[in-house]
Design a protein around this ligand. Sequence first.
Ligand code: 3PG
Length: 402
Amino acid sequence: KTIDSLGDLRGKRVLVRSDFNVPLSDDDGTTVITDDGRIRAALPTLQRLADAGARVVVLAHLGRPKGTPDPQYSLAPVAARLGELLGQDVALAEDLVGASAQATVEALADGQVALLENVRFDARETSKVDAERAELAGELAQLADAFVSDGFGVVHRKQASVYDIAQVLPAAAGDLVLNEVESLSKATGDPERPYAVVLGGSKVSDKLGVIANLLTKADRLLIGGGMVFTFLKAQGHAVGSSLLEDDQVETVRGYIASAQENGVEIVLPVDIVAADSFAADAPHQVVAADAIPDGTMGLDIGPESGKLFAEKLADAKTIAWNGPMGVFEFEAFAAGTTAVAQGIIDATADGAFSIVGGGDSAAAVRALGFDEAGFSHISTGGGASLELLEGKELPGLTVLAD
Ligand code: 3PG
């Protein structure tokens, strides 16, 4: 169901679940949002609702507080940034469903937007007990006439503000959610081939499901990031003191074998930037991927690997990328991620459909100064986009279809 199915929204209170889980840093005692991509991605739906005369009440979480108010996870910096981007003051209620939330909603005029405090300050939000989540959803529903689900990054969570609330209020998918699902389904449905997937990030164990699924779907799997060392180890190579998930080595061996059976090409780096320690200024050298010296740790794929990955992407028609190739936050270890980003941009210019998924890769693209327009789709979802690529049903989406 789309926003149109909710009818005339003038004067109606519309509760919108957004994903404002943005990275923050502390700049001399002031909290700064280091990447506001998720807030900007939420604007079209919020603006559309405001333009339609709705009284817009936004629900969001930040971080993983323990079900109780915790000032370090307050949405105050988000309310300020959202206000700047929307060009209107965005009031932040001090609570979620209490007196402050009620007064904030009552004070809204048509076309105004307000934000409720972090939904995870209430333990019922993430409760595994259906009745507890339903109770919170019931209280949230008192604040609104309709619900719009637009936090794509949380649609894989069966939580009160994502799942249960959609069962008590007239509910619709927002434009961001629709756009994400439409774009990602170009890879999950019947992708144009060759279909190449680049996976990075630190842990294999986070990506088991998606790798297993891709072994039946993709034509090429390019592996970088911290997880690559478990692959190199599975091939019998020394990995020094690089990140390694010993308990996944066997599983990865199984993946390599089934890739061979299925005709899926697994592309691993041929060289690695190995550093003496995990630090921005650590002494480092480029070494062969099958001979990482003892006492050094791989923090990026090497220059030959960057070229190889770009070649493997050049003729792809569908590309999905999740996870950086190295510790891109440190300039000395950003070249691999840069090479992959550039390879994807070039392939996109040649007609490939490209998806960047995962909070870190999207942040990397922006932090490294790439133009977002060079990619076909930059997803706001981390776990959510992975689970979609994995072929799972996501509770926050199924509840909207029901
Ligand atoms: C994300 O950052 O991927 C989403 O906001 C979901 O956050 P969560 O993993 O804490 O549920």
